[in-house]
Ligand binder design. Structure first.
Ligand code: GDP
Ligand code: ZN
Length: 311
């Protein structure tokens, strides 16, 4: 069976003193039958509680504010889009891809540059100014030197956060650093209970072989939320390191570029002549092509057009 750890934040009259405690829960079979998946981060209704044994059963899942597919986490409040200033250096095209993917989730995000100690002050200023011209205000820090954390930690307060970014930029290092700033007790009885009772805890990836085909190995990712300072949570598994752009359409792509949003706003109340304008220099288009990332916009538009044609 799969177990999930559920933190109690509300309880029936007379049971209020259980708030803040946690329960080891199984998911009700009926929920699985109707294909209601319970994700980490979900708010759930728990029944059949044995308070002495700290066990219960998840009976229902409440509506989600947001959902991230990779890693699978519900009710995410913020993404941290992590890059490094060196090893590897930021690639404008890759950066743009991640920013577009992050924008397309609709979840607020902060862009963070790691490894500041590897570069000089000029390089930091260069990237700050360049990102500003794109419409972003990034944070700069060093996980190795434990510097520049204050602003980020302030943002994580009370939020559920997922770290995304390309490989090698320090995502795992950042997650570990934020975790080590905390005192999570390995002695907590629920941790032990989970370790004894399921493969789910303490193991991030479990490969399973599909029974239907007998081949086609697919990987189930298991993710947990770590408590951080100020009552927030951080997913222990980093997210999309290869943006798929699958949620972005020909029409919605423009909305993921702050530069285009700004141009459209500045021209209000006049708009592009055609409602379905994709800003390729069509007649009556108010979006000009004289900005740095316009070539990336065009490339991505092409990619999406091809995908939409195939589908
Ligand atoms: P991930 O692939 O994004 O999860 O990156 P990792 O956390 O595995 O880090 C990749 C490499 O970058 C490792 O060798 C880390 O030790 C290194 N690294 C992480 N943070 C820093 C930093 O602030 N400065 C430097 N110089 N190296 C770092
Ligand atoms: Zn237009």
């Amino acid at each position: 069976a799969n177990f999930m750890r559920v933190i109690v934040d509300a309880a029936a009259p007379g049971l209020e003193h259980h708030r803040g405690s946690d329960l080891l829960c199984v998911v009700r079979a009926l929920l699985k039958k109707i294909r209601r998946r319970v994700l980490v981060g979900d708010r759930v209704l728990v029944g059949a509680v044995d308070w002495a044994d700290r066990r219960g059963m998840i009976e229902d899942v409440f509506e989600r504010r947001s959902e991230v597919a990779d890693p699978p986490v519900a009710n995410v409040d913020r993404l941290v889009v992590l890059f490094s200033l060196d090893q590897p250096r930021p690639e404008p095209a890759t950066l743009t891809r991640f920013l577009v993917e992050a924008e397309s989730t609709g979840i607020p995000f902060v862009l963070v540059f790691n490894k500041v100690e590897l570069v000089d002050e000029q390089t930091i200023t260069y990237w700050r100014d360049r990102l500003k011209s794109w419409g972003y205000d990034p944070l700069f820090l060093s996980v190795d030197q434990q510097s520049g954390f204050a602003a980020l930690e302030e943002m994580l307060e009370g939020q559920t956060t997922v770290v995304v970014g390309p490989s090698g930029v320090g995502k795992s290092s950042l997650i570990n650093a934020l975790r080590h700033n905390q005192n999570i007790s390995e002695e907590d009885p629920i941790h032990k209970l989970l370790e004894q009772n399921s493969k789910w805890f303490g193991e991030q990836r479990v490969g399973t072989v599909s029974k239907k085909s007998g081949k086609g190995k697919h990987t189930t990712r298991h993710v947990s939320l770590l408590p951080v300072a100020g009552g927030g949570f951080l997913a222990d598994t980093p997210g999309f390191n290869q943006p798929s752009l699958l949620k972005v359409t020909k029409q919605s792509l423009a909305e993921t570029f702050p530069e285009i949003r700004k141009m459209l706003k500045e021209n209000e109340p006049s708009k592009c002549l055609f409602n379905d304008c994709v800003h390729l220099g069509e007649h009556g288009c108010v979006v000009k092509g004289d900005w740095e990332r316009y070539p990336y916009y065009l490339q991505m538009l092409d990619e999406i057009k091809i995908r939409e044609t195939i589908q």
